[in-house]
Write a protein that binds this ligand. Structure first.
Ligand SMILES: Nc1ncnc2c1ncn2[C@@H]1O[C@H](COP(=O)(O)OP(=O)(O)O)[C@@H](O)[C@H]1O
Ligand SMILES: [Mg+2]
Length: 240
């Protein structure tokens, strides 16, 4: 017998990037923990901000945690790249997107300190009733952890807490998605519900930004690599 209770329509958070939503059957299931993995400059930060911007325009509040880059640098980057995002400044002012700089420090070797850091993030999110979280980036956490195992365990703890809080989360990580994916151990675990890979394809003569979605639980998603452009109006994912 088919269990009808499990057949309800899954609630999704739109990324607001038309071509991307098309690739993932309309959006990311609410409460998903999604890893955005990409080489430097492949668009991780800009793509995450754009998703928050579109949601803010729909009155969906969010928090953007930056661990490395300063807030001012992120804002000027976004305003330069996406100068058609006319409401961006207003959205920041109204705190619909809450931008927080929270450096990763050596003290996280102590599990207690790390757990406190995560608790502070969840608490900060209550301030504007955030439903979406971006954590940019996980890479710096590796540098303060003694080994891969502790790093993976800490990342798993983090996603567990965010999942428990029903937060739809995007966590960025700097890595060459074509090479580091197996070595990085982190993907071998089931802590992430989804994986978005961003990279720059240099094999075709002219460089081309590419996106690939190898995994997204509860979603019929396309598997092929798709090119994209970064335009003043945002990401243009060239899905067919
Ligand atoms: N005004 C712009 N127009 C087009 N592309 C831009 C603009 N500003 C930045 N970019 C592109 O976006 C990239 C930076 O994206 P970012 O999201 O910061 O990358 P990541 O976070 O993956 O390192 C730059 O390397 C550049 O190629
Ligand atoms: Mg970045």
């Amino acid at each position: 017998m088919i269990c009808m209770e499990n057949m309800g329509v899954i609630k999704r958070i739109k990324t607001g990037i038309a071509g991307l939503d098309q690739l993932i059957s309309g959006g990311v299931p609410v409460g998903s923990q999604v890893l955005i993995m990409g080489s430097p400059g492949a668009g991780k930060t800009l793509m995450s901000i754009e998703m928050l911007y579109h949601n803010a325009k729909l009155e969906v509040p969010s928090t953007f945690i930056t661990t490395e880059e300063m807030k001012e640098s992120i804002i000027s980057n976004v305003e330069n790249a996406f100068y058609a995002f006319e409401e961006f400044e207003d959205i920041l002012e109204k705190n619909t997107i809450q931008l927080i700089h929270k450096p990763i420090i050596d003290d996280f070797k102590s599990r207690e300190n790390f757990e406190k850091f995560i608790a502070e993030i969840v608490e900060a999110m209550n301030a504007n009733k955030s439903r979406i979280l971006v954590f940019d980036s996980l890479s710096s956490l590796r540098t303060v952890m003694p080994d891969d195992r502790t790093f993976t365990r800490s990342a798993a703890y983090m996603t567990e807490v965010f999942r428990e809080a029903s937060l739809t989360t995007f966590i960025t990580m700097e890595a060459d998605p074509k090479q580091d994916i197996i070595r990085s151990g982190i993907y071998g675990t089931s802590m992430f519900d989804g994986l978005i890979k961003l990279y720059i394809n240099k094999a075709v003569g002219t460089s081309q930004y590419m996106i690939e979605i190898p995994k997204l639980r509860n979603s019929a998603h396309k598997l092929s690599d798709v090119p994209f452009q970064i335009t003043s109006k945002g990401f243009d994912v060239l899905a067919d």
